[in-house]
Design a protein around this ligand. Structure first.
Ligand code: KE4
Length: 427
């Protein structure tokens, strides 16, 4: 079943830490060796043992158009004929910046980088440079990439500042990150009161998609906008996942909230490495060479990546894709819920369009605490059964699921049938 993957993994761990270039790919939390993928096509991926899977990871979000989408491939190939990188300006970056600014009115100016981490790391530095303040607020369970300021654990009830969430993050850095609780506006108010005049920015995933899927409730985002406005704190929406995923204009369009800065990634690369951060021009113009805040990158605005991203986003601009994505999402949601109820398995299911999260818990998932009540052991069994049935889910109970425009009703029907069998086997 997975012999070649097993063989490759044995070789990989000799030369690459953990055998992987990103930890979640190691399949540790589902207690199996990682699969090695040979190729993708549409809604499917194929491992090196020739197994076919319907793909609900989509490279962790970027592949909203599925694998090997012809127009995106052609755009890359056309760009490739001219070269791969110049470390100089190209016309496509202007076109792409203008397109994103048209779709995100809050983004008057944008800077392209090479990953979501670079985008969030740079946005925080910019916010600190622009405001002259050092502290930031993040939310427990929100993931913003591996920048030091974000790898922070919530301090105990007594200390409001963060503590290092990873070796290598210094206490000094952690001390400038305050940790609040998502969907708990009082936790934010308390931090603002206790750190008056010291907070540069508040950053959050408008929909939490790194602890399963957690949606904002009770006007949480609107309350955050008002609170930060009043306190002179920059509001940063980390839309690396939600950007172009739940609406052409991301969560800020979907919920009608205008942040001061936005970070983007994943979908905007069309499958190639692109991140970006943007916002009000008075803030963005603080960036070198216009302003004093330094930020740079050899491959930023790479011509191939710009070509892929520009095509991928242009295909989303008219909004027509989202109707199909939501229809497929609703079909899958209804089928999974029907299976779970037939088998009397407790669950919490959150979905916006093609972005979803299934948790095996009796509690409604509304924050990190309830998200963590999901039964990761049961998920691991379910994951492996689904894999055997040709369905590729996230190899972690605490990630989101994604549907692409390449998925079809046949895929969804097969997934629903496989899910019933897998749940039965996992009980
Ligand atoms: P990258 O540096 O991985 O491109 O983006 C970091 C990032 C920033 N913000 C949000 C909301 C994110 O979800 C991410 C990265 N997402 C994870 C999966 N949920 C990437 C997968 C991985 O780490 O391999």
């Amino acid at each position: 079943m997975y012999n070649k993957s097993k063989e490759l993994y044995k070789q990989a761990i000799k030369k690459i830490p953990g055998g992987v270039n990103s930890p979640v790919r190691a399949f540790k939390s589902v207690n199996m060796n990682p699969l090695y993928i040979d190729h993708g096509r549409g809604s499917k991926i194929y491992d090196v043992d020739g197994n076919e899977y319907i793909d609900y990871v989509g490279s962790w979000g970027p592949l909203i158009h599925g694998h090997c989408e012809p127009d995106i491939q052609n755009a890359i190939m056309e760009a490739l004929k001219k070269g791969t990188s110049f470390g100089a300006c190209t016309e496509k970056e202007i076109k792409f910046a203008s397109l994103i600014s048209d779709m995100y009115p809050s983004i008057e100016k944008i800077r392209f980088v090479n990953s979501g981490t670079e985008a969030t790391m740079s946005a925080i530095r910019l916010a600190r440079g622009y405001t002259g303040k050092n502290k930031i607020i993040k939310f427990d369970g929100c993931y913003h990439g591996h920048g030091d300021s974000f790898l922070i654990k919530a301090g105990s009830g007594v200390i409001t500042f963060g503590i290092p969430g990873s070796p290598g993050v210094t206490p000094e850095t952690a001390g400038n990150t305050l940790v609040a609780q998502y969907n708990n506006i009082d936790s934010v108010k308390n931090l603002i009161t206790e750190n008056k005049g010291q907070i540069a920015a508040l950053i959050l995933e408008p929909i939490m998609a790194n602890a399963g899927l957690i949606l904002p409730i009770n006007n949480f985002l609107e309350n955050l906008r008002n609170l930060t406005e009043e306190a002179g704190i920059l509001l940063i929406f980390d839309e690396v996942i939600t950007g172009f995923r739940i609406a052409p204009g991301g969560a800020q369009e979907y919920y009608g909230i205008s942040p001061d800065l936005t970070t983007l990634g994943k979908i905007i690369g069309g499958g190639l490495p692109v991140g970006a951060f943007g916002g009000k021009k008075e803030i963005m113009d603080y960036l070198a060479p216009e302003g004093p805040v330094y930020q740079a990158g050899t491959l930023s605005g790479n011509p191939l990546a710009m070509a892929a991203g520009l095509k991928a986003v242009t295909m989303l601009k008219n909004g027509l894709a989202y109707k199909k994505l939501d229809q497929l999402g609703a079909m899958l949601e209804n089928g999974l819920k029907s299976n779970l109820e037939k088998l009397s398995i407790p669950y919490s299911f959150n979905r916006v369009g093609s972005l979803m999260g299934l948790a095996f818990t009796k509690q409604k998932v509304v924050d990190l605490k309830t998200a963590m009540s999901s039964d990761a052991v049961f998920y691991s069994k379910y994951f492996k059964e689904m894999l055997k049935m040709g369905i590729y889910l996230a190899p972690s109970a605490y990630e989101a699921g994604f549907i692409s425009t390449a998925h079809n009703e046949e895929d969804i029907e097969k997934t629903i049938r496989a899910s019933y069998q897998s749940l039965k086997s996992a009980i």
